[in-house]
Design a protein around this ligand. Structure first.
Ligand code: G3I
Length: 370
């Protein structure tokens, strides 16, 4: 594993311009990987303004959608890797680590995967076989090009119980161990992660720790737990996040902040998670900043971002990667979640792909502790 790290570091350094650390990736060197979710348009147009910012600022990219089951395995016997390969080329050309997202998720899955010809659940044996074929083919296809995989995404409920997904209904929690086993067999060098939202919730975090312990007991490789980090102005608290980071770290695996964004919009639904099944019909009063963000509101957002960032920096020995879930506000999924058609300002680069003031503050604080 050490050799792999060394080789990747040489590749990464070869491509990084020797500047004075005036980018996120250079400022973060020695602290954590700086990652960003990349969409198919950005990978297709590396010359575009946002793609160039991605290249310059980040040393890690994550497939926002192009490696999900509905894209790569839309039908039995059918695999589509065109978009994933293009992103892998983008990462290679820009000396960036590539994160595969995500193998087993109940959303954006392929409808057929758990159903027989009559639309009923397949048997456990059939699902196991389909999982083995899917994971072996996909992870095998990207072998040597993907640094790590979000093997299972969002298998837990906020109360720590298992989500009643098709996979869980048919195989119970065994589907999780099987997914990690198949992924490791297909690429023994790839890092493997469990990924979820609202990991700041104690019950959910405790369940994730139990998952890690069970996987380890079964001899599975698991390198980290992904804290998605989809935040609002009122959730989670720094204290909740810190307790969860410490719990996961004490379980002997790393923490990845995998999908960080922080909605600036009112959250009247008191919605703290990222369950894509949640959606509320549009209300103008819940979309107050279409004409821009008032200075005082922006200041409060900046303050909340930086208090969370300071927490991540404080726990940099436990955190391998800090990932923004997209580059600019214009591409953020938060504009449509949990209410379609709003104008959010949840990311760290504005709609012109210009970095917000928090980015230079992040770089300053990372350089200050080198
Ligand atoms: O590809 C189709 C396109 O052909 C069609 O014309 C268009 C019209 O609606 O839809 C396109 O698919 C969209 C897809 O993103 C690709 O752009 C889906 O509608 C849209 O729902 C999907 O949203 C993604 C969402 O996951 C789906 O649940 C977001 O971009 C993506 O940021 C978001 O990411 C998830 C993580 O994977 C897991 N954690 C939660 C996070 C937020 O839901």
């Amino acid at each position: 594993m050490k050799i792999r790290n060394l080789l990747w570091s040489v590749v990464l350094l070869a491509g990084v311009s020797c500047s004075s650390g005036d980018t996120l990736r250079e400022s973060a060197e020695g602290h954590f990987l700086m990652g960003v979710a990349v969409n198919t348009r950005q990978a297709e147009h590396p010359e575009s303004t946002d793609s160039r910012a991605i290249t310059r600022q980040f040393d890690c990219v994550v497939a926002e959608n192009c490696m999900k089951m509905e894209v790569v395995h839309p039908a039995e016997g059918v695999f589509c890797f065109e978009d994933g390969d293009r992103l892998a080329d983008f990462a290679r050309d820009n000396h960036q680590k590539l994160i595969g997202h995500c193998l087993m998720w109940h959303s954006q899955a392929a409808e057929w995967f758990t159903k027989d010809d009559q639309g009923n659940d397949v048997t456990p044996e059939v699902l196991k076989q389909r999982m083995r074929t899917y994971i072996t083919t996909v992870v095998g296809h990207f072998k040597g090009r993907v640094w790590g995989w979000d093997v299972v995404n969002e298998a837990l409920e906020d109360d720590g119980s298992f989500r009643e997904s098709d996979y869980y209904r048919i195989l119970g929690e065994d589907f999780i161990q099987l997914a990690f086993q198949y992924a490791h067999e297909a690429d023994p060098d790839a890092e493997l992660y469990y990924n979820d939202y609202s990991m700041a919730l104690p019950a959910k975090c405790d369940a994730a720790v139990r998952l890690v312990e069970q996987l380890k007991k079964e001899g599975c490789r698991i390198d980290a737990v992904g804290f998605q980090g989809h935040m609002t102005m009122d959730f989670p608290s720094v204290e909740m996040m810190e307790r969860s980071i410490e719990k996961v770290s004490a379980a002997g695996v790393k923490v990845n902040i995998t999908e960080w964004d922080l909605s600036i919009l009112p959250n009247p639904f008191n919605h703290s998670g990222a369950d894509v099944a949640s959606n509320f019909s549009y209300k103008k009063e819940d979309d107050p900043y279409r004409g821009g963000v008032p200075a005082e509101v922006q200041r409060q957002w900046d303050e909340r971002v930086m208090e969370m960032f300071d927490l991540f920096l404080k726990h940099r020995d436990s955190i391998d990667r800090l990932t923004f879930w997209g580059l600019s506000d214009s591409d953020s999924w938060r504009n449509d979640f949990p209410m379609k058609g709003r104008r959010d300002y949840a990311l760290f680069f504005d709609r012109d792909c210009t970095s917000k003031s928090v980015v230079s503050e992040m770089m300053k604080r990372m350089r200050a502790i080198k």
